[in-house]
Ligand binder design. Structure first.
Ligand SMILES: [Zn+2]
Length: 415
């Protein structure tokens, strides 16, 4: 052990503090726990805690509210090796010893109520240790080494707290070969869209079980399959919930601009993945459709990109934590690469949620491109209007060819 410990009759900061040397109060208790093998193995917390402080990696991945948390990783590993449960982890999990409400209570909350940084939700330091205990116990203590090695070899320090969370999320996903987005979210940690895209590009499978409910004290739980996504109107919100396309760039009609049900925008919300809305290129329809007002703003222009479409979610706001898109099923040359999603309470003032990459036959495979593509949001959102905007695809057969927006709908999970 390269670290020196000085036992001082007048330690300057608390009973023990980190540094080189580590300083501890001059008592027989501190002395014997540091130099007695039995106590080092079975009960010593402070020495490993202070060594842990010396080794914390604040410039790369130690994100906020970890100050008295990630200094304990060595302690967790040691207690695992010697097969006992450290008291602080027990208190942190169950919320005892003043560590209220405890990780178990926090993790059982609705995901929208969780925020790692809000102290009232995850009040003390020890509950936060459980995230590391869960990872180590479920995926192996080698993650500590993997993370530290990656941080030491990082070309750049992290510029802000978000970058540190992202660094942790990406290394965790690499180590587990799993997209750990849901795990992060259930711990109240929001990852950036940029980071999510980086992990998605690696092609890992999504997390399939509720690992965040794993109890590191009893070594049980966390194996339940995640509930399937719940889709508004069972995926047909236009049919069953009265959702409407309230605005769309244009609508293809018959050759003379007559109404053609095959291209009606309402097809986007009917739950049938084989029916489509089609943009206008040889007969823009404007007027009253057989089933109501054509939602094309009266446009007779075969305007090209960007297109946008606005959906009104019936007569009431909805709360959702994701969307899904289905690319057009026949033909692989006209898939969308990405879509920008915005939401609004009134159809006038908009909040852009982001631009989300989509799989196409060109950038992935036909099979992947044609399945429902889910877009998970970092947190649930409430709105009565949502707007999709999409630009020209990279694969564009002809200059005048128009694009066919795929099917879409929203889904909710665990709200
Ligand atoms: Zn400390």
């Amino acid at each position: 052990m390269p670290w020196r410990i000085v036992f001082d009759i007048q330690p300057s900061v608390g009973a023990m503090h980190s540094g080189d040397p580590i300083v501890a109060g001059q008592t027989s208790g501190y002395f014997y726990q540091a130099v007695t093998i039995g106590q080092l193995e079975q009960s010593n917390w402070g020495v490993f805690h202070e060594i842990g402080h010396n080794m914390q990696m604040h410039s790369t991945w130690t994100f906020s509210n970890n100050g008295e948390v990630t200094c304990n990783l060595f302690s967790l590993k040691k207690s695992s090796i010697y097969n006992y449960i450290p008291g602080p982890l027990n208190d942190g999990w169950y919320g005892t010893g003043g560590q209220t409400p405890g990780a178990a209570s926090f993790l059982a909350l609705d995901s929208s109520a969780k925020d790692w940084s809000v102290l009232t939700n995850l009040g003390q330091f020890y509950p936060r240790m459980a995230i590391y205990a869960q990872i180590f116990e479920k995926y192996g203590y080698g993650f500590m080494t993997y993370l530290a090695t990656a941080a030491r070899n990082a070309r750049f320090t992290s510029i802000d707290n978000q970058s540190k969370i992202d660094f942790f999320y990406e290394r965790l996903s690499e180590y587990t070969q799993t997209d750990m987005y849901r795990f992060m979210r259930e711990w109240g940690l929001k990852v950036s869209q940029t980071s999510r895209n980086a992990v998605a590009a690696k092609g890992y499978r999504k997390l399939m079980t509720n690992v965040w409910m794993y109890n590191p004290i009893t070594n049980t739980g966390g194996d339940q399959p995640l509930a399937p996504r719940v889709q508004f109107g069972n995926g047909a919100p236009g049919t069953s919930l009265g959702w409407t396309v309230s605005s769309i760039t244009n609508v293809r009609g018959g050759t003379n601009g007559t109404y053609n049900a095959s291209y009606d925008a309402k097809n986007l919300l009917d739950g049938d993945i084989n029916t489509i809305w089609h943009s206008c290129f040889n007969g823009c329809y404007s007027g009253i459709s057989s089933t109501g007002t054509a939602p094309n703003n009266g446009s007779t222009s075969a305007a090209l990109y960007p297109f946008n479409a606005v959906v009104k979610t019936g007569n009431a706001p909805v709360k959702a934590d994701g969307f899904y898109i289905v690319q057009r099923q026949n033909g692989n040359s006209n898939h969308m690469d990405a879509i920008t999603i915005a939401i609004s309470a009134d159809g006038n003032s908009w909040n852009t949620l982001g631009t989300f990459p989509l799989k196409t036959a060109a950038n992935s495979s036909s099979t992947e491109a044609l399945t429902k593509q889910f877009i998970d949001l970092p947190a649930p959102v409430t709105f009565q209007y949502f707007r999709f905007t999409w630009n020209v695809p990279r694969v564009r057969p002809t200059a005048t060819e128009t694009r066919h927006l795929p099917k879409w709908a929203l889904f909710i999970i665990n709200i």
